[in-house]
Design a binder for this molecule. Structure first.
Ligand code: ZN
Ligand code: ZN
Length: 117
């Protein structure tokens, strides 16, 4: 007797009910593969704001602009926003000694304006 093998998962399908097979492959494995192929064809979304980017998931990262390795794809807005952003250093003691978030916000804003002078 010939052994049937599922091409997708490599398991034997000889004894699997014919209703659950496509040829000699598991129907579930074939559907999963089809879904994965579809996902590859979808556009990546920006990891910060969620908008659809110009790049498909199947696009190699070397061919993309705004891809952050280990994080994901950014849209052009978030990517340039991330590189142009200015930073303001907040002394840690202000955070420790200000338990009230609203008060802390006010102090941070004050520091911001002081830094602009
Ligand atoms: Zn299978
Ligand atoms: Zn974005």
């Amino acid at each position: 007797m010939i052994k049937w093998i599922c091409d997708y998962c490599g398991e034997e399908t000889t004894r699997v009910d014919i209703d659950y097979l496509i040829g000699t492959d598991h129907l579930s494995c074939a559907l999963k593969a089809e879904q994965a192929a579809k996902q590859q064809d979808e556009f990546d979304h920006c990891i910060i704001c969620g908008v659809e980017t110009l790049y498909k998931r199947s696009t190699h990262i070397d061919m993309r602009h705004g891809y952050v390795e280990g994080a994901g794809q950014l849209c052009s807005k978030c990517y340039s926003g991330g590189t142009d952003r200015n930073h303001l250093a907040i002394p840690e003691y202000i955070i420790y000694t200000t338990p009230n978030d609203a008060e802390l916000g006010a102090k941070v804003r004050q520091l911001y304006w002081e830094s602009k002078n």
